[in-house]
Design a protein around this ligand. Structure first.
Ligand code: PBG
Length: 332
């Protein structure tokens, strides 16, 4: 049904924008701390953190500090945290065995957070890049990123993370068939309550640069990820990827990057109605930070506006490095 609009001057849209009270009544979407998943970087060591130059305000933290940060985030109303490891360079190998080591720093961080604040949902990342000497998400054989052997490694990673207590697994590798393989393995191992948030529509984007600095994969990475991540020119393909992952057993789906891909978020939500998340990635964060630091934009207002726009585009929530800062402002 098309709403009827009276001709001017009977209809004056500015009537309902006149005061904060009227604008509050008219607001169609709402942004809350409960919309956020906070991505964090964990490193070896004790009671320490190091800044990431291309992500001002973000640090790599040791496991104890991650647990403390998780507790604070929970206090701010943030329901979930997502762990990314900075693996020591000498633990990066061709076979990526550190990826499913039950005591790698990511798995230690999962356990530490669940100990410190059991109510907090812990999400993980599943891909080989932080453990791979060549920086790729999958095994490389003769210059090719191989699919099926990579899946076997990803399944081992998934089981180790589930055993460590992860609530949400986040396969970000873009191999074909990994969701079905992980789901079957989780069921088989008694982890039927572990959920999967699939990076289903993940694009081969230049916006990931600062993240690769953060996990130490930039220098190692040879070539690009275009044979497994999606072409930024494609939209119909995203829907097919999402449908495929949902039918293989994903509980939630993600679109990544975020702000340049809001059209994809909207199509995904309208088509499937599944729990849909966007990842406001490192490059988006860096741009807002940098322009804000230069006084070229109001960084705080742009941050909140960018986050609200994910909700308007149909997302149920957003992974954002701004989570604690935005939550503090939203909490007043
Ligand atoms: C790796 C992974 C990446 C991100 C999340 N998981 C980088 C990549 O695919 O190269 C990017 C996150 C960000 O840029 O904030 N599998």
């Amino acid at each position: 049904m098309k709403p009827t609009i009276a001709p001017y001057p009977a209809a004056r849209f500015r009537r309902l924008r006149r005061t904060p009270a009227l604008r509050a009544l008219m607001r169609e979407t709402h942004l809350e701390p409960s919309d956020f998943i906070w991505p964090v970087f964990v490193m070896a060591g004790v009671d320490d953190e190091t800044p990431i130059p291309s992500m001002p305000g973000v640090t790599r933290k040791t496991v104890d500090r991650i647990a403390r940060a998780a507790k604070e985030a929970h206090g701010l109303g943030i329901p979930a945290i997502c762990i990314f490891p900075y693996t020591a360079m000498d633990a990066r190998t061709e076979d990526c065995a550190e990826a499913w080591n039950p005591d790698n720093i990511a798995n230690r961080a999962i356990r530490a957070i669940k100990d410190a604040v059991p109510e907090m949902a812990v999400m993980t990342d599943i891909a080989l890049d932080p453990y791979n000497i060549n920086g790729h998400d999958g095994y490389v054989e003769g210059g090719e990123i191989v699919n099926d052997r990579t899946i076997e490694a990803l399944v081992k990673m998934a089981l180790a993370q589930a055993a460590a207590g992860a609530d949400i697994l986040g396969p970000s590798d873009m191999m074909d068939g990994r969701i079905g393989a992980m789901r079957a393995a989780l069921e088989g191992a008694g982890h039927q309550n572990v959920s999967i948030l699939s990076y289903a529509a993940k694009y081969a984007s230049a916006f990931y640069g600062p993240f690769r600095d953060a996990v130490g994969a930039s220098a190692a990475l040879k070539g690009d990820k275009k044979t497994y991540q999606m072409d930024p020119a494609n939209s119909d393909e995203a829907l097919r990827m999402i449908e495929r992952d949902l039918t293989e057993g994903a509980d939630m789906v993600m679109v990544k990057p975020g702000m340049p891909y809001l059209d994809i978020c909207r199509r995904v939500k309208d088509t499937f109605g599944a729990p849909t998340f966007a990842y406001q990635v490192s490059g988006e964060y860096a741009m807002i930070r940098a322009a804000g630091a230069n006084g070229w934009i109001d960084g705080e207002k742009v941050m909140l506006e960018s986050l609200m726009c994910f909700k308007r585009a149909g997302c149920d929530g957003v992974l954002t490095y701004f989570a604690p800062e935005a939550a503090r402002i939203l909490n007043g």
